[in-house]
Design a protein around this ligand. Structure first.
Ligand SMILES: N[C@@H](CCC(=O)NCCCC(=O)O)C(=O)O
Length: 250
C-alpha cells in the first residue's frame, strides 16, 4: 500500500483542562486526510533550535501553518502592540519563524492559512496591520456573529492575480478570476515581504494570498480558511489538490 505523504501541522500552545497543551483543531487535519495526506501535529517550544528543527523537517513531505486566535508578537516586525492585540503564542511564533526558512531551503511544500499566512510574511521580513478595521480604506475582515457555519461561510470576493500559482491551480480559463472566500481575521499584511508575489487581493486592496516564486518548492499562503469544507468550494478544493500534488514524492 502506498504510503501517504506526511504533512507537519504546526500546533498552538493552549491550556486544556488546566494543562499546557499543543493543539490543532480537527478541520485542518481532516482536510489533509481527505486529500490523501497524513497529518502529524508538530509541538511548538520557544527554545527549539535549528538543528532539531532541520532534522524534523527532513522527515516531512509538507508543512502546514494553520490559523489561530493568537497573533504574531508585534516585536517580531518591530511594531508596538496595538490595544486590540491581546493574545500571544510565543512558542508558536518561535517555531514558525524557525521553520519557514528551513522549509524553503528544503523545497518542502508549504501551505499557510490565516495566522500561517501572516507568519509567512513576517518570517520573510514583512509587517502586519494589527487591527485592519481601523485602517482607513480597509474593510472589517473579522468574522460575523453566528454559528461556525455562518462565520466560515464565504463573505467577500477576492481577485486572483493572473500568472500566479493560485491562478494556475484554480484555472486561468475562469473568467475574471474572482472567487468568494471566508474572512475571520483582525490582522493582515501591511508591508509585503520582499520577493512575495501577490496571488489575490480583497475588494479594499488588502493582500489575501501570496506565494514565493523564487522558492524551489510549492509555496502558497492564504488569509482565508480553505480547510473549511473544501469539497464544497472549487477554490478551496483547488488549493488542497495542488498542495497534495506537491507533497507527493517527486
Ligand atoms: N489571529 C489572527 C489570525 C486569525 C486566524 O487565524 N483565525 C483562525 C481562527 C481559528 C481557526 O479557524 O483556526 C488575526 O486575527 O488576524
Amino acid at each position: 500500500m502506498q504510503k501517504r505523504p506526511l504533512v507537519g501541522v504546526i500546533a498552538c500552545r493552549r491550556e486544556v483542562e488546566g494543562h499546557p497543551a499543543h493543539m490543532v483543531t480537527d478541520k485542518y487535519l481532516s482536510a489533509l486526510r481527505a486529500y490523501g495526506l497524513e497529518p502529524v501535529i508538530l509541538p511548538v517550544w520557544r527554545d527549539s533550535d535549528a538543528d532539531v528543527a532541520s532534522a524534523l523537517l527532513d522527515r516531512l513531505d509538507g508543512l502546514m501553518l494553520t490559523g489561530s486566535y493568537t497573533n504574531v508578537l508585534p516585536s517580531r516586525y518591530h511594531a508596538a502592540r496595538a490595544p486590540e492585540n491581546t493574545r500571544d503564542d510565543l512558542d508558536r511564533d518561535h517555531a514558525a519563524m524557525l521553520w519557514v526558512p528551513l522549509a524553503l531551503e528544503r523545497r518542502l511544500p508549504l501551505l499557510g492559512i490565516c495566522r500561517g499566512f501572516q507568519e509567512f510574511n513576517v518570517a520573510l521580513g514583512g509587517t502586519l496591520h494589527q487591527a485592519v478595521q481601523r485602517v482607513p480604506g480597509l474593510m472589517d475582515h473579522r468574522e460575523p456573529e453566528g454559528s461556525k457555519a455562518q462565520q466560515y461561510a464565504p463573505s467577500h470576493e477576492v481577485e486572483i492575480r493572473s500568472g500566479g500559482r493560485l491562478a494556475s491551480l484554480y484555472g486561468e480559463c475562469r473568467k475574471g478570476l474572482k472567487a468568494r472566500v471566508n474572512s475571520l481575521h483582525q490582522q493582515g499584511i501591511d508591508r509585503l515581504a520582499e520577493g512575495l508575489f501577490v496571488e489575490a487581493v480583497a475588494p479594499d486592496g488588502l493582500v489575501e494570498a501570496v506565494s514565493l516564486p523564487e522558492a524551489p518548492g510549492f509555496t502558497l499562503a492564504v488569509q482565508w480558511h480553505p480547510e473549511w469544507e473544501p469539497g464544497n468550494n472549487a477554490l478551496y478544493d483547488a488549493i488542497f489538490r495542488g498542495f497534495a500534488r506537491a507533497c507527493q514524492p517527486q
